[in-house]
Design a binder for this molecule. Structure first.
Ligand SMILES: NCC(=O)N[C@@H](Cc1c[nH]cn1)C(=O)O
Ligand SMILES: [Zn+2]
Ligand SMILES: [Zn+2]
Length: 481
């Protein structure tokens, strides 16, 4: 239509179309930084990615504070300073609502030899897709937010909302120190924030979506230690209890072949399924066969859309990620590893409590270990401990989000939940009491954490328009109320 509102949006959208190559080039510069937070040796790169974010914000006239969030104790006992968290803001107009967006510039590990088709740290465009580690999780969306702000400046239109920004570099390993920072700044940085918005998750189909729930997560390390050094299996095999044998028994006791978690009591807390909730799954677009192809699996544990969505969104899951200390190179080595650490995580759903889950898992592992009658020692430790998060889809930002999706994509958004975890989401809501929403721009087949992670040029650019439109719609709602 030709309303003043749509004229504003058209001007913004035109600017974004005209500057898309510049925006993509900038994403390439960001992806080139190996900001893998799981590897402490790369925290310098994490800091570099935060500096680049800060430079961009300052170039637009924003004020940046690098908030220190303490130290992390390494397994060798040494304490190292954590990368800081960016708290940024632009000049404030008290008559306008204040939106604070949160994102992260750290990434999951990636090596070309893991099976990437292109170099993970060289953003490569193939058939409209921009491949690179962090392209979609979460550098692309963070840049899209900044480009949306830049678009208002570039078109000389007044920002319709006040902007605050939080960007961290430790999200992928559990957001160390951030929960405490939120508590400390609740009466200062957060006092004038109206809405917190996160864009760190994916749609479930080609249709745009708003997300109203994420699962929580606890990460477990199960260490079994035996001999004082690795031993020859021809000499000691058969006469000692091997740490790896104990560990396999422990890991094998965690879930069955239907995906059911076998830790006693763990499933009891899960919120019961109501008829009303059941109906919600029917209307979600989700192509089971396409998903099978994307993931390269022969079948899922559930045989219908509803079952798969429920397994992803509203039931807990347990995944085994790796064994540190085990021989894992190509070739054969006839060794008995002296110490092995199994790593697994449990995704948690309403009404589960990470602290309760941790107690249940530890008790279960100790019981299984006792049955092993092993002379080895067992140690179980945990990290992350993130609660699930749920929002009210009638809150103001969801109303604005719906309008913005309609303006950019010409359709209503799907209301979805997310199987992965934004560790800090629940803290934002519980500590600040501010309405927290998730507004994803990443595609259902972007392969977060996988080989060949990507964001499509379409999602990156239309996503930038979505954020620009979101600011506009949020301000319109305030004016209309
Ligand atoms: N894009 C969000 C994301 O991938 N978050 C991580 C956070 C996490 C959970 N446990 C350890 N890290 C995720 O795996 O969900
Ligand atoms: Zn992420
Ligand atoms: Zn991630």
């Amino acid at each position: 239509s030709s309303s003043p509102s749509s004229a504003v949006l058209q001007t913004l959208f035109q600017y974004i179309n005209d500057h898309q190559n510049e925006f993509v080039q900038r994403l390439g510069e960001w992806v080139a930084v190996k900001s893998d937070s799981s590897n402490q040796a790369l925290w310098g790169e994490v800091r570099k990615s935060l500096n680049m974010t800060s430079d961009r914000i300052q170039a637009m006239g924003g004020q940046v504070e690098f908030a220190e969030v303490g130290t992390k104790q390494l397994p060798n006992g040494e304490s190292v300073a954590l990368p800081p968290v960016i708290l940024a803001q632009f000049k404030r107009d008290p008559s306008k609502p204040t939106v604070c967006f949160y994102g992260h510039t750290d990434v999951q590990p990636a090596k070309k030899e893991d099976g990437w088709s292109t170099d993970p740290y060289t953003l490569t465009e193939i058939n409209g897709n921009l491949y690179g580690r962090g392209a979609t999780d979460n550098k692309g969306p963070v840049l899209a937010w900044l480009h949306a702000v830049e678009t208002y400046q570039g078109t000389k239109q007044e920002m319709p909302v006040n902007i605050k920004i939080i960007v961290e570099g430790m999200e992928e390993v559990g957001s160390d120190g951030l929960a405490e920072l939120i508590r400390q700044r609740n009466d200062s940085f957060f006092s004038d924030v109206d809405y917190i918005v996160i864009s760190d998750n994916v749609w479930v189909s080609r249709h745009p979506a708003l997300t109203y729930g994420t699962r929580g997560s606890s990460y477990f390390f199960v260490e079994v230690e035996g001999p004082k050094l690795d031993l020859h299996s021809g000499v000691f095999g058969g006469s000692i209890q091997e740490p790896m044998t104990d560990l396999i028994a422990l890991l094998g006791s965690l879930l069955d072949n239907t995906g059911k978690i076998l830790v006693p009591g763990l499933n009891d807390a899960v919120a019961p399924l109501t008829e009303e909730e059941k109906k919600l799954y029917e209307d979600i677009h989700f192509d089971l066969d396409e998903m099978k192809k994307t993931a390269g699996v022969k079948r899922f544990l559930q045989d219908n859309k509803e079952g798969i969505l429920m397994a992803r969104w509203r039931y807990p899951s347990l995944s085994i990620h790796g064994i540190e200390g085990a021989f894992s190179d190509p070739g054969s080595k006839t060794v008995i590893p002296r110490r092995v650490i199994g790593k697994f995580s449990i995704r948690q759903v309403p009404n589960m409590e990470p602290a309760v889950v941790e107690t249940q898992v530890k008790k279960h592992l100790e019981e299984v270990f006792a049955k092993q009658k092993s002379p080895n020692t067992l140690k179980v430790t945990t990290t992350v401990g993130a609660k699930p998060w749920m929002a009210n889809v009638n809150d103001v930002p969801y109303v604005a989000g719906r309008k913005a999706v309609k303006a950019v994509f010409g359709e209503e958004p799907e209301l979805i939940r997310e199987g992965s975890t934004i560790p800090i989401a629940n803290n934002f809501q519980e500590v600040t009491g501010k309405s927290t929403m998730m507004l994803p721009i990443s595609g259902h087949d972007d392969g977060e954490h996988s080989q060949n992670e990507k964001i499509s040029r379409y999602n990156f650019i239309e996503g930038t328009k979505l954020f620009a439109a979101f600011f506009h719609e949020l301000a319109q709602l305030q004016k209309d109320s």
